[in-house]
Design a protein around this ligand. Structure first.
Ligand code: ATP
Ligand code: MG
Length: 422
């Protein structure tokens, strides 16, 4: 192992990737602002219990995926594997349950010790929203519509299916759990080792298994909708008719359960076929029991999180922002003046590239390669005449403009005009 490699499952975000990365994050920020979600951030690490309590002892994230460590003060800390528990912890510890409803947007890195593969990393980034307070079907519809609007704005919605299920209320879930347990017990010898364990601790989680043997057994398992009580059924119908009314296409997936133990009623995932096995780009659900699990008052909530890296693979690439104007000199005598000019133009709001090394020819060649549109040449000739040369690299035209450090308004106007020209 070379210490100069990035840690397995992590990667650098160089400018070309960063531009797409930010495009995805900014689109999510914009779509969520459209619904009144406001941005917030929680710390990247929390006390271990913030995740172990709500995620449940049997959850993959706690059993094998977490990055936990003891700090120098003897506290057990965990790098956040997801942000919902942190946001709800922030609501409770900040005394914010007095001001419900709360609508939050977040973006940032998450950490899971998973087997790295395409679309699956150990440090990855999520954007997400949490809607705390309401528990009605329309708050679910808004949350899902916000996710759809976000995916649409980056051009990937058309490529995704929205899977939707209802896990019902506590009563429905208990009934279903019993039926599922009875069915799965008949196959207990054939289940994967992970699922044998889940059979004892939390059989509902077997529905989430990715093992193909488990998936075969599940084909004929009892289905959630047959166990929903009347209240849960009506709630689900309210949600689906709201989605239908605004044209958010969905399809019913009775096997969809979200990986975490605190979900109830609505569970959903936007899945694309373009990324192979790692096709879920955005997933979420309702978690009315979470606040109490963390030791707070009962507060209903629903939210989603989307994987930025997976989405970045689907969006059309954009180039990083870079200056379109360069100030260039190869003359020792004019260097100080050129530096001064570059600063003055930045003061006037123009982004300026100022290459400090190399011969004029090389600098011009590099500027052309870097898609610079306009080069301002200031050599000792120009300096002695108090002028600069404006060379348009897009069409080769060139003009001489007066240089006046006391008032360079004329030069600024000439640059602005050239930048606006097609
Ligand atoms: P999966 O079934 O793919 O493991 P998950 O159910 O663990 O996903 P969530 O916890 O709901 O995923 O996280 C929401 C989104 O975050 C996922 O849909 C995915 O886009 C992204 N995501 C989750 N884990 C990773 C990872 N290890 N690397 C990259 N993106 C991830
Ligand atoms: Mg996972």
């Amino acid at each position: 192992m070379s210490r100069l490699q990035p840690v397995r499952g992590t990667s650098d975000l160089l400018p070309e990737n960063m531009a797409n990365h930010n495009l995805v994050i900014n689109a999510a920020r914009k779509a969520s602002a459209c619904y009144g979600f406001q941005e917030m951030a929680t710390p990247i690490f929390e006390f271990l219990e913030v995740f172990s309590r709500p995620l449940g002892a049997s959850s993959d994230i706690v059993t094998k995926e977490n990055y936990s460590f003891e700090d120098r003060g003897g506290e057990m800390l965990t790098l956040r594997p997801e942000n919902t528990a942190g946001v709800v912890r922030a609501m409770i510890s900040g005394g914010l349950t007095q001001s419900l409803p709360l609508k939050y947007f977040y973006a940032g890195p998450m950490f899971r010790y998973e087997r790295p593969q395409k679309g699956r990393m150990r440090q990855f980034h999520q954007v997400g929203i949490e809607y705390l307070g309401p528990d009605d079907a329309l708050s679910d519809a808004e949350t899902i519509a916000c996710g759809a609007r976000f995916l649409d704005s980056i051009g990937v919605l058309g490529d995704c299916d929205l899977h939707l299920n209802s896990l019902g209320d506590a009563e429905s879930r208990a009934l279903y759990r019993d039926a599922l347990l009875e069915y799965l017990k008949k196959f207990s010898g054939d289940l994967s080792d992970d699922s044998k364990m889940r059979l004892l601790v939390n059989p509902l989680r077997i529905l989430d298994s990715k093992d193909s043997g488990d998936r075969n057994i599940l084909q004929n398992a009892p289905k959630f909708p047959d166990y929903l009580n009347g209240v849960s059924q009506i709630r689900f119908e309210n949600l689906t008719s709201a989605l239908d009314r605004v044209g958010v296409a969905w399809f019913f997936n009775p096997l969809l359960v979200r990986g975490l133990d605190y979900y109830c009623h609505t569970a959903f995932e936007f899945v694309t076929n373009s990324l192979g096995a790692q096709g879920t780009v955005l997933g979420g659900g309702r978690y009315d029991g979470l606040s109490e699990m963390l030791g707070g008052p009962p507060v209903a909530g629903i939210g989603w999180a989307a994987g930025v890296e997976r989405l970045t693979m689907l969006v059309e690439g954009v180039l990083p922002n870079s200056p379109k104007v360069a100030v260039v000199t190869a003359d020792d005598a004019a260097q100080q003046a050129a530096f001064h000019l570059a600063e003055q133009l930045r003061d006037a709001g123009i982004d300026i590239d100022f290459p400090t090394n190399g011969a004029m020819r090389k600098k011009l060649k590099k500027a052309d390669k870097a898609n610079i549109h306009l080069v301002i040449i200031l050599g000792s000739d120009e300096l002695s005449k108090n002028t600069v040369l404006l060379r348009n690299l897009s069409n080769g035209s060139q003009e001489e403009i007066a240089l006046d450090f006391a008032d360079n308004g004329g030069l600024v106007a000439a640059i602005a005009k050239s930048l606006l020209a097609p």
